[in-house]
Ligand binder design. Structure first.
Ligand code: NAI
Length: 241
């Protein structure tokens, strides 16, 4: 087991990639904290992985602070934070509403800031920690109908690189994963014709599975990645080349 005894917070831990991450980290011996805004699912996944489930909206700083204090009360430390929660609310630039812009930025960008800022003092105290952020290839390439989402995922890359520079000297490594198109509830709502078109652009000619992303989360959390800092690792089957 690569992560025996590690305390790992997974935001969006009840969703497609997050649930797979919760299961895989538990199988690697970690104490998993499943954080998600869906209270029923959070409870279900936490029970499945014998972990702690906390129903939290990462865009709400008060709830994030409460979540971190619950984890510290229970385990006394935080080894790994995976900022995986994210949403889409697509519209072309001309049609995008203020609400669509604000909601996506508040979860995908500000939520990552909230969770990381709340967790990092505890990692600094330990002199060690790993932050793993979930960006997207869209944060580098843009995407039709995703002004808000692409902007938020580009911000995740910028925050990853900034924090890698700030926190490296404190023993905290900060990296990001940039998935392409992965089969989860997020992509299931996309029209089949768009997904088909996407497959033709992917060198491997298929969408990814949650496990493809989670394997990289596990690697970045493990001792094997101890000299990787500020990296943005694409997991996209060759879509971005
Ligand atoms: P998903 O929709 O299956 O899961 C997202 C989870 O986040 C859900 O359980 C949802 O309840 C939770 N969540 C949403 N808002 C939240 C909030 N305010 N506070 C706490 N939890 C919240 O999506 P999926 O595909 O598992 O996505 C995980 C991450 O991967 C996201 O950051 C997404 O942007 C990113 N990603 C996904 C790709 C894909 O093709 N599925 C591609 C690139 C990036």
């Amino acid at each position: 087991m690569k992560l025996a005894g590690k305390v790992v917070i997974i935001t969006g831990g009840a969703g497609g990639i997050g649930k797979e991450a919760s299961v895989c980290f538990a199988n690697e011996g970690a104490h998993v904290v499943v954080v998600d805004c869906d209270p029923q699912q959070v409870e279900k996944v936490a029970n499945e992985v014998n972990g702690l489930g906390l129903a939290v909206d990462v865009s709400r700083r008060d709830q994030v602070d409460w979540m971190v204090s619950e984890v510290i009360n229970r385990y006394g430390k935080i080894d790994v934070l995976i900022n995986n929660a994210g949403i889409t609310m697509d519209a072309t630039l001309v049609k995008m509403t203020q609400e669509q812009w604000d909601r996506v930025i508040s979860i995908n960008q500000t939520g990552v800031f909230h969770c990381t800022q709340a967790v990092v003092p505890h990692m600094i105290r330990e002199g060690a920690g790993r932050i793993i952020n979930t960006s997207s290839i869209v944060g580098r390439m843009g995407n039709f109908g995703q002004t808000n989402y692409a902007a938020s995922k580009a911000a995740v890359i910028a925050m990853t690189q900034t924090w890698a520079k700030e926190l490296g000297r404190k023993g905290i490594l900060v990296n990001a994963v940039a998935p392409g198109f992965i089969v989860t509830p997020m992509t299931e709502k996309m029209p089949e014709s768009i997904l088909q078109g996407m497959k033709e652009k992917i060198a491997l000619r298929r969408l990814g599975q949650p496990r493809d992303v989670v394997n990289v989360y596990v690697f970045l959390a493990s001792d094997e990645a101890s000299y990787i800092n500020g990296a943005v690792i694409p997991v996209d089957g060759g879509l971005s080349i």
